[in-house]
Write a protein that binds this ligand. Structure first.
Ligand SMILES: Cc1cc2nc3c(=O)[nH]c(=O)nc-3n(C[C@H](O)[C@H](O)[C@H](O)COP(=O)(O)OP(=O)(O)OC[C@H]3O[C@@H](n4cnc5c(N)ncnc54)[C@H](O)[C@@H]3O)c2cc1C
Ligand SMILES: *[C@@H]1O[C@H](CO)[C@@H](O)[C@H](O)[C@H]1NC(C)=O
Ligand SMILES: *[C@@H]1O[C@H](CO)[C@@H](O)[C@H](O)[C@H]1NC(C)=O
Ligand SMILES: *[C@@H]1O[C@H](CO)[C@@H](O)[C@H](O)[C@H]1NC(C)=O
Length: 500
């Protein structure tokens, strides 16, 4: 059945590309769409459809589970193209989805079937304002472009830690990053933006708009941002250093106990200190049990202060590593650079099951380690999975009052998430993978003693409830719903973690 459908689709796209006869128009919806759109778009805008060169690159995604399925890709080359595409889609009743870095893995986007991908790839630009206090970024600008361009001018701003994600993909849902301890989330930097709404109109909004609150945390629900002006900063601390430690599984208690005591300190970890760890399998070192790698990142130094590393050295790590460098080295040190595995789009399923925590519950860390170990042994297809524990510094995030934006979880200390990775194969494997992810986070949730389950929207699997993504407070829910009704009653932007 699937083969037949694929053949038919191939045959149709082949026909559409190669036969000029307009009598075939009704067999070639893509040809119609191309013709209709071409007249509306700027000269450098591009259109791709299945089978055409560039289509695969434009639709390639980090995670292939429940990926959206498009009839056509349109790549706007100027901001006003986005408005034209949205108006066109509206007139034809077609669904559409903005695609940026292509790392949005939430399964809710799989509900896009047969629409337009609005590929923001060409809207990549960085323009620093004359006063050097803000910069305007095109809606499709990726993290590394931003960091490197600003860096060359002695500036920086908060981006996600991964070079290959965009600014706005993470930023519209808050956006965690290495500089959040200093300056807050990505969305806390926004000063104004151009956004195309569901009616196709472009608006420039800032703090005076009722939408402003919502685009800082629930922004994927309201429009397509074609450019954003954000705060930028002079580089005060170009130097950074890291120390890393690899431990065997018998050190789970010692490690997470020490992190709680010496690093987390009840969420008062110093602003210049970040930590990050994950479980992973490396059969060449230990064929049976996952290892744990732990990173300490310190700002403003050429080597991590021994006061922070001593306790971890005393735990007898298998190996250690350390280096000094600059802020721009952080992604490669932590395995998030463009050439690192997490940035590749290699046809794998990558699903996360996030849960925010205040501190590590040591017994629960042991339990999830053991579960992760036995599941990745029993199901070798899942053995490339990781279990991530991110401890960014928090001062800048917590400094902003919680009610000031739609980002709901400023009080939380740790961002924790299994990342289950595998080559797609069968519904049974999908189910086993989801069950593993769910059970791991359930253990941590139960052990946390928290009533509320906070699941960072940009890591979400897709089966969580709206309050898990956007907060439990009734007033938040009501405010989001009211804005959704006002700006997107028909749910055009209800594919990525929809409010409604
Ligand atoms: C390796 C890796 C590292 C990560 N590190 C971090 C991190 O440090 N901090 C963090 O907060 N998150 C991080 N994430 C999670 C990240 O926030 C999400 O994966 C995010 O969806 C990626 O954005 P994207 O542009 O790459 O994805 P896309 O799939 O292109 O975009 C995701 C969704 O955002 C919306 N969207 C994108 N651009 C626009 C726009 N201009 N206007 C309106 N809507 C838009 C669309 O709805 C789209 O479906 C990481 C993810 C990965 C895979
Ligand atoms: C890791 O970061 C978290 C969050 O700030 C903090 O609570 C914890 O103490 C840190 N641990 C270490 C070892 O730095
Ligand atoms: C952590 O903070 C809470 C709330 O402020 C406080 O009650 C508790 O005693 C603190 N714990 C430690 C170990 O400092
Ligand atoms: C995963 O399992 C396969 C098959 O047993 C094995 O060849 C591979 O080395 C394993 N990889 C990891 C990271 O454990």
């Amino acid at each position: 059945m699937e083969v037949v459908t694929a053949l038919l689709a191939w045959a149709m796209s082949y026909t559409c590309r190669n036969l000029a006869s307009s009598s075939l128009g009704n067999l070639c919806p893509q040809r119609d769409i191309t013709a209709e759109l071409n007249g509306r778009l700027s000269p450098d805008a591009e259109i791709f459809f299945p089978g055409s060169p560039g289509y695969a690159q434009a639709t390639n995604r980090w995670s292939v589970l429940d990926a959206p399925d498009f009839n056509i890709v349109v790549a706007p080359s100027v901001e006003s193209d986005v408005s034209e595409i949205v108006k066109y889609a509206k007139s034809r009743g077609m669904p559409y989805l903005a695609v940026n870095g292509g790392h949005g893995a939430i399964t809710t986007v799989g509900k896009v079937q047969g629409g337009i991908e609005i590929w923001l790839d060409k809207l990549s630009s960085v323009e620093i304002a004359a006063d050097g206090k803000t910069a305007t970024f095109g809606g499709g600008t990726l993290s590394k472009t931003i960091t490197d361009t600003l860096w060359a001018q002695g500036k920086q701003t908060v981006t996600g830690s991964c070079e290959c994600t965009s600014l706005l993909g993470p930023g519209l849902g808050g956006g965690h990053g290495f500089l959040q301890g200093r300056h807050g989330l990505i969305s806390d930097q926004f000063v104004s933006m151009n956004i195309v709404l569901a009616n196709g109109e472009s608006q420039t909004i800032d703090k005076d708009s009722d939408l402003w609150w919502a685009v800082q945390g629930a922004g994927h629900n309201f429009g397509i941002v074609t450019s954003v002006t954000s705060k930028i900063y002079d580089i005060r601390y170009p130097d950074w250093a890291y120390a890393s430690f690899v431990f065997t599984g018998d050190k789970v208690e010692g490690l997470y106990g020490a992190i709680n005591e010496y690093l987390l300190r009840n969420g008062t970890q110093p602003v210049y200190l970040l930590n990050y760890s994950f479980f992973f399998n490396d059969p060449s070192v230990d064929p049976e049990k996952p290892l744990i790698i732990f990173f300490i990142l310190q700002e403003g130094v050429k080597a991590v202060d021994p006061a922070y590393t001593e306790v971890f050295n005393n735990l007898a790590p298998l190996t250690t590593n350390a280096a000094g460098g600059s802020y721009t080295d952080l992604p490669s040190w932590t395995g998030n650079s463009n050439d690192a595995p997490p940035c590749q789009k290699s046809g794998l399923v990558n699903i996360r099951f996030p849960i925010d925590l205040q501190a590590y519950n040591i017994a629960a860390q042991r339990k999830v380690y053991d579960m992760f170990a036995s599941a990745t042994q029993q199901i070798p297809a899942l053995n490339g999975s990781l279990f991530l524990f991110e401890g960014y510094s928090l001062q800048g995030v917590k400094a902003i009052p919680s009610d000031q934006s739609a980002f709901p979880f400023r009080g939380d200390n740790l961002l924790v998430s299994p990342l289950i990775t595998y080559a797609p194969s069968s519904p049974e494997l999908d189910e086993a993978a989801a069950n593993l992810g769910e059970s791991l986070r359930q253990v941590l949730y139960e052990a946390s003693g928290r009533k509320e389950r906070h699941t960072y929207v940009n890591y979400a699997f897709g089966d969580e409830a709206v309050k898990n993504w956007y907060g439990y407070e009734e007033w938040r829910q009501a405010r989001l719903k009211a804005l959704k009704e006002k700006y997107d009653l028909s749910g055009k932007f209800s594919f990525y973690a929809p409010i409604a």
